[in-house]
Design a protein around this ligand. Sequence first.
Ligand code: N01
Length: 540
Amino acid sequence: MGVSNKRQGETASVDAIVIGAGFSGLYMLYRLREAGLSTRVYETADGVGGVWYWNRYPGARCDSESICYNYTFSEELYNEWSWSSRYPEQPEILKYLNFVADKFDLRPDINFSTRVTSASYDEGSKRWLIQTDQGDQITAKYFITGVGCISTANVPNIKGLDNFDGDWYHTGHWPHEKVDFTGKRVGVIGTGSSGIQSIPVIAKEAKHLTVFQRTPQFSVPAKNYQYTQEFLQKSKENYHGMRHLMRNSVAGMAMYYGERSVLEDTPEERRKVLEAAWEKGGWAILFAYNDLLVNEEGNKLVAEFVRSKIREIVKDPETADKLVPDHYYGTKRAIIDTNYFETYNRENVRLVDVKKAPIEEITSKGIRTSEGEFELDAIVFATGFDGMTGSLFKIDIKGKNGVSLKEKWENGAKTKTYLGLTTAGFPNLFMLTGPESPSVLGNMPAAIEQHVEWVIDCINHLCQNEVEVFEAKPEAEEKWSQHCRDLADATLYTKTESWYTGANIEGKARGFQIYVGGYDGYRKICDEIASKGYEGFSLV
Ligand code: N01
């Protein structure tokens, strides 16, 4: 089947439609093409990159180590690309994804600056009809979403934003040109990963920075450094070992994963382990022990260690008190930083606790909390995303009998998937890194490669066996969703409010929609289901 080259406002028919040209969409396109299927990718942005196209805020950097934050499907690609430092900066990741798109000549099959508005399954023709904001109407046998887990920005509904005389930005929709804060009074709302990365950089440039913090967060030093040529050479020589570790580890990263309980060590041994992990930086503390996220007592000990470090770093005890978190370590997304807590020792930085004195209004001059008004020239919303379901619900996806995904999942209150990849009533729909898959609990490119490879093997199987309709069975998805909930409930994750649980979005139903059983365990389950002739699916 050939690809129609008509663009914008086209009416065409292809084998597969993919939404998104980030890590997921690009690799999916590569594999669909390789399998000989005609494919069209739709992307809202005018370039590739997905989240790395949009998140251009100061200090934006990934928290997976660079040598693992890439594709591993091609040894040639792995060898051709060299990262500059331990944690890749946003511009470098975007450059990498452009390099991939160029190397494999992916752009001709991507419609940029085009948003998919709806997708509906027609039971008669057994095809999906996709409509875009550019007037395209395309039908396809397979409909694949690569919309990302955290790509729908959350700008909280605070009274008065329209009245603000200054400029405002959301970290997830940062302008392409540099925003210059020199000489300005800046306010940052939010202290998650984006806030914690941008605050130290903005503080250095701005005349004054006020941080509006609702919940203090644990963060540990990233200890970033430049890679040497020798290190890069070695990691390339170890391509197969690296790939194996990424594909067969809990979090998709080639790193040390602790093998004993926090409680097995004496206090002295534990202190030594945690001090060493602190010095190593990055994820070392989170993975120093094997039960941090299930063992309440052990978690409290590690959390207390990190709290003591915050108190050591922050000179003003009152500010330190405000910065010390009281949830379980790692249950809100663990954060790694460069000079975050140190930033509060600067004269031009002030921390405001908006849990104690909530933001009441944005005025023409700045932000007014219950304790007073803070005059600002610019406001940065580092307020996160409507995670897991937000981007799927932005598209009107309708399955059999005209039932929408939003209706079926009761607006997220009852998300049900099979393997986080499919959902009953929506035949031939695949959701890359969808809710109830491991996705954000590890290194995304590793999760994405596993999903894309499972999907392409499945599609090849369907083609070879002349299967027209592939659909999760309701009982299989019921079991999977329950399994996901049971696993999550056995951890400390569900004991903390976070974007993982939907708590960051006003009015959003609470639920933990991520598979916590680890990348390695999940891969085995997916492979086993495929090897049993796609157990739990109906193939017609
Ligand atoms: O968003 P967040 P993020 N008034 O939701 C606060 C990935 N990521 O963009 O905790 C006042 O974590 C909110 O407060 P609270 C990573 O997976 C990765 O920072 O809800 N405050 C919180 O402090 C990450 O987890 C990287 O009480 C409000 C903050 O805003 C995910 O993206 C870099 C508020 C939001 O934190 C999201 O991170 C960046 C309100 N009305 C992002 N509403 C790396 O790879 C929200 N907040 C390093």
